[in-house]
Write a protein that binds this ligand. Structure first.
Ligand code: NAD
Ligand code: ZN
Length: 390
């Protein structure tokens, strides 16, 4: 079968690889009907994850039809259509039972390594390095889904793939980020990053009752989408030198009640700001250019919340803890507990409250993945969200 494989920094290829097989009674094999490239895949593409191996299959946002199930899978059968959540969760451990699915204790055999190197050990993730379990990803014709009997939602036939695919990751991620803000009536929310996660964070902030959302980025088509899809007011950080001051001005001097960092490691649109030091196994901030998380902390209203869906790892310096302390800020962050949100968000899609397909900018064949990765990385030709059809 064909699959999108990682071969090194900036080197992604479509290869012929063996088809996956059931190896555990709780597995299912899925024939992928639609998959997507995520901003998180760019961290792999940029070489930030040291535990990728040549030939690893990428992809953690995918859906499709079940073609085979292990003997213990009782709630799904051949022919069912499912969206697969990106964290692999056992559903039985202390954390899964508390609805903290992305912190599952049982699915990442390399958790010890993650704990040592990154200071965390959560659930395994499809196609996301050996540090996070080493499971093959879904940018492929077929994929093995472990714990297939946990948390997958069957998709009604009348909903097209494009409307539901993003339940696998970025829709719940934007939603959780907004939910973490504890939005009260009248609140103003600022969102750094108008990538797919930022777009859904903006939309979700309104769904959860925000009065007003201000979206920050530098890429015109993404800012435009934040206005048309999200209904946000926008701020181009290349046109406004002092984002923090500008936000204060636009919020009566107080600052936004909640700030969402939907940027993460990429930090300023170039990806050059954070370097991985292989010898020390640390991340270093290479520049003092605009830095989303720092701005979010500095702009946030006293007593407000900073919510961080953007991915960070290791040590990132120059964190203004003094400002956070003095203002009594609340921080919420982490990988998304996707399983928790899939069903309620599917209902919102069915009711027409949100149409996630509106953010898709490119529809391509699996064969064209290498060029799509490059363009998405460089934010060229209006690449906002790319879906691939195997
Ligand atoms: P993306 O790369 O498409 O979007 C990032 C956006 O941030 C870009 O539009 C970029 O121009 C903008 N940006 C860069 N620097 C900025 C700055 N200083 N101020 C404002 N905007 C800036 O990525 P995405 O798919 O939207 O994902 C965003 C982040 O969310 C990534 O770090 C990704 O890894 C993370 N993510 C986390 C989870 C989770 O479970 N927490 C899930 C999915 C994605
Ligand atoms: Zn993702």
């Amino acid at each position: 079968m064909k699959a999108v494989c990682w071969f090194g920094k900036g080197d992604v290829r479509v290869e012929n690889v063996p088809e996956p097989k059931i190896i555990n009674p709780h597995d299912a094999i899925i024939k992928v009907s639609l998959t997507a490239i995520c901003g998180s895949d760019l961290h792999l593409y940029d070489g930030y994850m040291p535990t990728m191996e040549k030939g690893d299959i990428l992809g953690h946002e995918f859906m499709g039809e079940i073609v085979e199930v292990g003997r213990e899978v009782r709630n799904l059968k051949k022919g069912d259509r499912v969206v697969v959540p990106f964290p692999i969760s056992c559903g039985r451990c202390y954390f899964c039972q508390k609805d903290m699915w992305s912190l599952c204790d049982n699915t990442n055999p390399n958790a010890w390594m993650a704990e040592g190197m990154y200071g965390f050990a959560g659930a395994a993730i499809f196609g996301y390095s050996h540090l996070l379990g080493g499971y093959a990803g879904g940018q492929a014709e077929y994929v093995r889904v472990p714990f297939a009997d946990v948390g997958h939602v069957k998709i009604p036939a009348d909903l097209p793939d494009e409307k539901v695919l993003f339940l696998s990751d970025i829709l719940p991620t934007g939603y959780q980020a907004a939910e973490y803000c504890g939005i009260q009536p009248g609140d103003i929310v600022a969102v750094w990053g108008c990538g797919p996660v930022g777009q859904f964070a903006i939309k979700s902030a309104y769904l959860l009752g925000a009065e007003h959302v201000i979206a920050i980025d530098r890429i015109p088509e993404r800012l435009r989408l934040a206005e048309t899809f999200g209904g946000a007011e926008t701020l181009n950080y290349e046109e406004n030198e002092d984002v923090v001051e500008e936000l204060k001005q636009r919020t009566g001097g107080r600052g936004p009640d909640a700030c969402i960092d939907a940027v993460g490691l990429e930090a300023h649109g170039t990806g050059l700001g954070i370097m991985y030091d292989k010898v020390k196994q640390t991340l270093r901030l290479e520049t003092d250019r605009p830095y989303a998380l720092r701005q979010a902390i500095q702009a946030c209203c006293k007593g407000g919340t900073v919510s961080i869906p953007g991915v960070y790892a290791q040590f990132v310096d120059k964190f203004p803890i003094g400002s956070a302390f003095a203002k009594g800020l609340t921080f919420k962050m982490g990988q998304t507990h996707v399983h928790k949100y899939m069903r309620p968000l599917l209902e919102r899609i069915q009711k027409g409250e949100i149409d996630p397909s509106a953010i898709i900018s490119h529809r391509i064949r699996l064969d064209d993945a290498p060029i799509a990765y490059r363009k998405f990385r460089e934010k060229e030709d209006c690449h906002i969200k790319i879906v691939l059809k195997p």
